[in-house]
Ligand binder design. Structure first.
Ligand SMILES: *[C@@H]1O[C@H](CO)[C@@H](O)[C@H](O)[C@H]1NC(C)=O
Ligand SMILES: [Ca+2]
Length: 353
């Protein structure tokens, strides 16, 4: 993230430096000289910052252009699976065709404790809105290279799953706009419920209009000191929007990074352009250093997410309106009843005469 920000500033400064010599004002020549010097100095110091940040990019855990030998060469750090295919511009997990499954998995277990993963992805296809599917998933899990029903990966997985869900399976009431990005922490027994878009196990998420976008679409996962933050950048503003933030989340090290996707009756092209992993340097207190590592992923306070599961009961306001309309309804019935009775009485009276 920081890298991207600095880079854009740098290019802006560079273009300024290029532009200045074009103004040919003699009187302000000195001023221009000064400005150019400032430009050069600033861009140099920024360049140094950038190089410093780049050191934290971990190439062994990253997938980026050019994808030389990816999935084939023995020196490649990634494996391909199913319909996944490498082209010069992307790793296409599935094409825009029905019933496909594809994935790309890192061969090297991630042993860093604090990291940031930036994913550049693209979802696009012919289908009209909500006639496309199913989305893609980003993984950091104990197991790798397995088929299954969760966006092309196994269910009851152990580790982190981030789903860019493009089809509303459960959303009959339209209370949620899709594509919807959500997170789940699997412990080996929890199941992702596809028919309910994973809501029962969701630990955070947000709407992200990332399909058929004219902009580049990114998501960023940051994990540090048991805190997992998910940020998205999908509307071309070059800034991160917070999507989910969970504290007290414990994730063992030694898991595998991956990305997978599946299409069913509905389809889309699901592409990964890059997955870049950065190491974060974090200071820890001696107590934090001694904290034992978990063997099964968990969230300390799981109850905090239970509220999100829909409840069948009536809320206060629903109850109030139900009561109000019942009373009004009874009133109307009463009036109608009286009128009918009046008519009936009159008819009866007429018949007698
Ligand atoms: C996984 O989490 C669920 C829900 O919190 C819990 O009921 C289950 O026992 C956990 N399984 C393991 C293996 O820890
Ligand atoms: Ca779905």
């Amino acid at each position: 993230m920081v890298v991207a920000v600095i880079k854009s500033h740098r290019t802006r400064f560079r273009s300024l430096c290029v532009l200045y010599p074009m103004f040919n004002l003699k009187t302000s020549r000195q001023l221009i000289c000064l400005l150019v010097t400032v430009c050069v100095l600033t861009s140099q110091s920024l360049a140094e910052d950038t190089d410093f940040m780049e050191e934290f990019l971990k190439r062994e855990y990253s997938l980026a252009k050019p994808y030389r030998g990816l999935g084939f060469s023995s020196s490649s750090q990634w494996d391909l699976m199913g319909t996944a295919m490498v082209t010069p511009d992307q790793v296409r997990l599935t094409p825009d065709l029905q019933s496909r499954q594809g994935a790309v998995w890192s061969r090297i277990p991630l042993v860093l404790r604090d990291w940031e993963l930036k994913v550049h992805f693209k979802i696009h296809g012919q289908g009209k809105k909500n006639l496309n599917g199913d989305g893609l998933a980003i993984w950091l899990t104990r197991d790798r290279m397995l088929n299954g029903p969760v966006f092309g990966n196994m269910n009851q997985f152990t580790g982190l799953g981030i789903f860019v869900d493009t089809y509303p399976n459960a959303d009959k009431t339209h209370d949620r706009t899709f594509p919807y990005i959500s997170m789940m922490l699997g412990n080996g027994t929890l199941s992702y419920d596809h028919d309910r878009d994973g809501r029962p196990t969701e630990i955070g998420g947000c709407t992200a209009l990332a399909r058929n976008s004219v902009h580049d679409t990114f998501l960023l996962v940051r994990y540090s000191k048991n805190r997992l933050t998910l940020l998205v950048d999908v509307d071309g503003k070059q800034e991160w929007r917070e999507c989910a933030d969970v504290t007290g989340l414990r994730l063992p090290t030694g898991y595998f990074l991956g990305a997978s996707s599946a299409t069913g009756d509905l389809s889309d092209n699901h592409d990964i352009i890059s997955m870049k992993l950065y190491q974060l340097t974090v200071e820890r207190t001696p107590e934090e250093e001694e904290e034992e590592e978990v063997t099964i992923p968990r969230v300390d306070n799981m109850e905090q997410f239970q509220v999100e599961v829909e409840e069948e009961g009536m809320s206060g306001i629903q109850f109030f309106f139900t009561l109000l309309f019942s009373i009004l309804g009874l009133g109307v019935l009463g009036v109608v009843g009286l009128m009918v009775y009046g008519r009936w009485k009159e008819n009866k009276r007429k018949r007698f005469y």
